[in-house]
Design a protein around this ligand. Structure first.
Ligand SMILES: [Zn+2]
Length: 237
């Protein structure tokens, strides 16, 4: 009996810590085999196209409830009790685990822990290394979280080839500097010099001479009145 109590508690603690590998494998069949593998992030956009992908190493995968309270509701609000385990308590715990393990998968997300080392040079030319750690959420229905409606995380670097090609194409079409054109300060698009909208931006600035904040202005260059207004509004906070 004592053994059984300890087992049930150990399993329960594991569930509470959000580490049930069975659920992870149901959401992502390969979850057990991705540790140590590469995960790629694509930061490319039409304005700033990037051929290079960020390369990260997967250091762990865990299961997290999408909404902890919704999950507890589903499970009947049961919490791990404190105090001496009893037969009844263990039976309840077993029931809880069973329910947890068979909960609808869309109640959970996977969380990929990732890290990568980057190198950088300081002003004297000395090379330094720095380690970054991050995480990516993986949804059972939609996969990795989208950024502005686009996939920017994948285990397969080829997944971004089409997007990067499209970004390059759009960059050439709209953003690449060209003769007789200027870039919009807001959206970055190239606009013929004689069609550019000149707009007087008014904003709070810091006057170095007076050593205080005061209203300032400058002329900005934009592709359209809309971009000019958006820039003015962003300056007003
Ligand atoms: Zn613009």
């Amino acid at each position: 009996m004592k053994e059984k109590v300890a087992d049930a508690y150990a399993r329960l603690c594991k569930v509470e810590m959000g580490l049930p590998g069975e659920i992870a494998r149901k959401i992502y069949p390969n979850a057990g085999n991705v540790i140590g593998k590469k995960l790629y992030r694509c930061a490319s956009s039409a304005r700033f196209p990037a051929k290079d992908l960020e390369e990260w190493t997967i250091t762990g995968v865990s299961v997290i409830p999408k909404d902890r309270y919704k999950l507890y509701d589903y499970l009947g609000g049961w919490r791990m009790p404190v105090g001496r385990p009893t037969k009844k308590l263990v039976a309840d715990a077993e029931e809880y685990i069973k329910k947890y393990m068979s909960a609808p998968l869309d109640m959970f997300d996977l969380f990929f822990n990732i890290e990568r080392t980057t190198t950088w040079k300081d002003s004297s030319g000395e090379v330094h290394e720095s380690l970054s750690m991050a995480g990516e959420r993986y949804n059972v229905e939609t996969g990795f979280e989208l950024f502005r409606g686009e996939v920017r995380v994948s285990l397969n670097p080829d997944d971004f080839a089409e997007k990067i090609a499209r970004d390059m194409e759009e960059y050439e079409k709209y953003y690449a500097p060209r003769e007789g054109y200027v870039a919009c300060e807001r959206c970055g698009k190239q606009v013929p010099e004689n069609e550019a909208v000149k707009y007087k931006l008014i904003y709070q600035g810091y006057d170095q001479n007076l050593r205080k904040a005061r209203v300032m202005s400058r002329i900005g260059t934009f592709c359209s009145g809309e971009c000019a207004m958006n820039e003015q509004m962003s300056l007003e906070g």
